[in-house]
Every structure is written in C-alpha cells, then in structure tokens.
Design a protein around this ligand. Structure first.
Ligand SMILES: [Zn+2]
Length: 114
C-alpha cells in the first residue's frame, strides 16, 4: 500500500484524561484485547456511556490510570473487531499518535467541531 497519505504524528501527553482520549481517537480496547470503534460516547459526570459500532454498551469511569487508558497509550491491542469495521485511516491515525511524558497536547481544550 502507498504511504503517501501517512498521517502526521500527533503528540499527546501521557496523562491525558481517558474521556478526552476516547473522544479524540474514537477507539475502545476491550478486556480481551480487541479494538472496537466508538459509535457514541456520552459523558455524565465522572462516568461515560460508550457504545461501540458492534453495539456493545458499557459505562466507564474517567481515569488516567485505568486499563483502557494504559492500553490506548501503549497500543496494547491484539485484534480489531471485525463487526466494527474500523476504517484503515483511523487505525493509521491512532498508530501515528505518540504519548510523550513532557510535551504534546493535554487535550484539555475542546477543538472546533467536537
Ligand atoms: Zn466491535
């Protein structure tokens, strides 16, 4: 495959809040190591209701140190959900994301169109 549309590297702080990270990457790593696409994500205070494209619904807590936050930061994902059909560009964008200790966006500011 051609690499000419390789996404620009995005730098995020390692300690970005989980909810912001999910809103940004629209991906969710399940406990079994499967990466799902996020269809809807509604924040309700310290919790959020997340629905994947394969229609799994769950309530998650906003934690920088949760399993999901660590897995996303470290990209510990073994498989992609076949039902979610995550577009390749989204995976490439995620793979181009670098989590850095001392610099990068902390995602505290909302961007246009969010
Ligand atoms: Zn899925």
């Amino acid at each position: 495959m051609s690499n000419e549309h390789a996404p620009k590297k995005q730098y995020y702080r390692k300690n970005v809040p989980l909810f912001r990270l999910i809103q940004k990457v629209k991906l969710w790593p399940s406990r079994r190591g499967i990466l799902h696409g996020v269809k809807s994500f509604k924040v309700r205070g310290p919790f959020a209701e997340l629905v994947t494209h394969c229609d799994q619904r769950m309530v998650i807590r906003n934690s920088r140190n949760s399993r999901a936050a660590r897995w996303l930061r470290n990209k510990w994902v073994f498989e992609k959900c076949a039902q979610c059909r995550i577009p390749a560009w989204k995976i490439r964008k995620f793979e181009a994301t670098v989590f850095a200790e001392h610099w990068g966006s902390d995602l505290t500011e909302m961007e246009k169109g969010e």
